[in-house]
Design a protein around this ligand. Structure first.
Ligand SMILES: C[S@@+](CC[C@H](N)C(=O)[O-])C[C@H]1O[C@@H](n2cnc3c(N)ncnc32)[C@H](O)[C@@H]1O
Length: 254
């Protein structure tokens, strides 16, 4: 039987490399892409294609892509099944990954194996005006109104901690408005406590903000409730829990 070496979760531990926005430089040493990929079916795009607006191109958006390791691994993962079906050439799957950390984006750009299909750009999702203009322009270049699939892995807590309840909810609404399908990994509340402790150690006043958050407890359930009640999305499937005990939830536009 394979023995797994327990890995330290930088979002839950007193890692001196702690970063206030979750912009860890060595994130994938601790949380390799396989941890999430093993839960995501390679056939995912088959479902998405059924509702594809154009039927030809599939556009993916990865929000808070860090150094791009998971974005690229997911791109390859989803392409495997498509390629084997032979009716979906590689050139028709496009991915845009963005992150607020410019250095991480440089890393992602420098190691991008498919620059014609995958793009990485610096962008802050909480900068509504700029992110809307940039994302609309990307979609417009393909003549698509929305991304077919948006992934948001381990980002919600950082937006919530740094900006509060209203921005947490508006992040979910933004994501829903941007895509047909949303694959969401929301950090559980125990991660908030650890991260806030670390923010305090870094001397960040945002820790005070943490204490006033009213949305707390079962974060996946809160996200689901908002997406279903306010954003016309419905939970389509849960892919189970990651090794860090976080659920991967797939929503679709109703
Ligand atoms: C814990 S990492 C997760 C990285 C990747 N999504 C994954 O799960 O493998 C969180 C990432 O979200 C980014 N991030 C946090 N707030 C953001 C924001 N407002 N806009 C864009 N990216 C953000 C951070 O810079 C960091 O790279």
């Amino acid at each position: 039987m394979e023995t797994h070496v327990p890995r330290v979760n930088p979002e839950e531990n007193e890692d001196p490399g702690a970063a206030a926005y979750g912009n860890f430089i060595n994130y994938y040493t601790f949380n390799p892409p396989e941890n999430r990929l093993s839960l995501i079916p390679e056939t995912l795009l088959e479902n998405i294609r059924l509702r594809s607006v154009s039927g030809e191109r599939v556009l993916m958006l990865d929000v808070g892509c860090n150094s791009g390791d998971l974005s690229v691994a997911l791109y390859k993962h989803l392409l495997q099944e498509e390629a084997s079906g032979c009716d979906f050439p590689k050139r028709k799957l496009y991915l845009l990954g963005f992150d607020l950390d410019q250095d991480l984006i440089h890393r992602a750009q420098n190691s991008n194996p498919f620059p014609q299909n995958i793009q990485f750009i610096p962008l802050d999702i909480t900068d509504d005006a700029k992110s809307q203009a940039v994302l609309e322009s990307y979609l417009g270049s393909f003549g698509c109104p929305r991304f077919h699939l948006c992934t948001c892995f381990a980002v919600t807590m950082w937006v919530h901690l740094n900006h509060g309840d209203a921005t947490f909810l508006s992040l979910l609404s933004r994501l829903a408005s941007l895509c047909e399908y949303l694959l969401l990994e929301a950090q559980p509340w125990k991660c908030y406590r650890s991260a806030a402790r670390r923010l305090r150690k870094l001397g960040r006043s945002d820790f005070d903000h943490f204490k006033t958050l009213e949305i707390r407890g079962d974060m996946a359930a809160h996200a689901r409730e908002h997406l279903e009640k306010q954003c016309s999305m419905e939970l389509m499937q849960s892919f189970g829990n990651t090794t860090w005990d976080r659920s991967l939830l797939l929503f679709r536009r109703r």
